[in-house]
Design a protein. Structure first.
Length: 121
């Protein structure tokens, strides 16, 4: 069944060990118009921090409950590096998370992880 992405805004994002926030927006690949990242507002849990989550991490949606499960832990989201969501994410951007292997993003929705930034005042 097709869904309008605008209808997904506000869905609760649930990690494997608890809620991490609500779906706020999307980053699209400007070449094929696929969803590249979900922008999740963590609310007060991470001091109003927003994180980017790959759609590859998303499980089956709970349409009635307005929930999207992700294959990440709260600790993975909490320890993700900062990113400025006001700037574009380029196709060859290299990101790494302490204690993990470097991740090179080479196309739409490559990798399965979370990246975040602190909201500007």
């Amino acid at each position: 069944m097709l869904r309008n992405v605008k209808d997904l805004r506000g869905y609760v994002i649930r990690a494997t060990d608890g809620v991490i926030g609500k779906l706020d927006d999307f980053y699209f690949d400007d070449e094929d118009w696929g969803i590249r990242y979900l922008v999740v507002d963590t609310g007060s849990w991470l001091s109003d921090r927003k994180v980017l989550i790959s759609p590859l991490a998303v499980g089956h949606a709970g349409w009635m409950a307005r929930r999207l499960p992700v294959a990440l832990t709260r600790a993975q989201v909490e320890h993700s590096p900062d990113i400025d969501t006001r700037k574009p994410v380029y196709g060859s951007t290299k990101l790494s998370t302490p204690g993990t292997t470097d991740i090179r993003i080479t196309g739409a929705a490559r990798g399965c992880g979370a990246w975040g930034r602190t909201r500007a005042a």
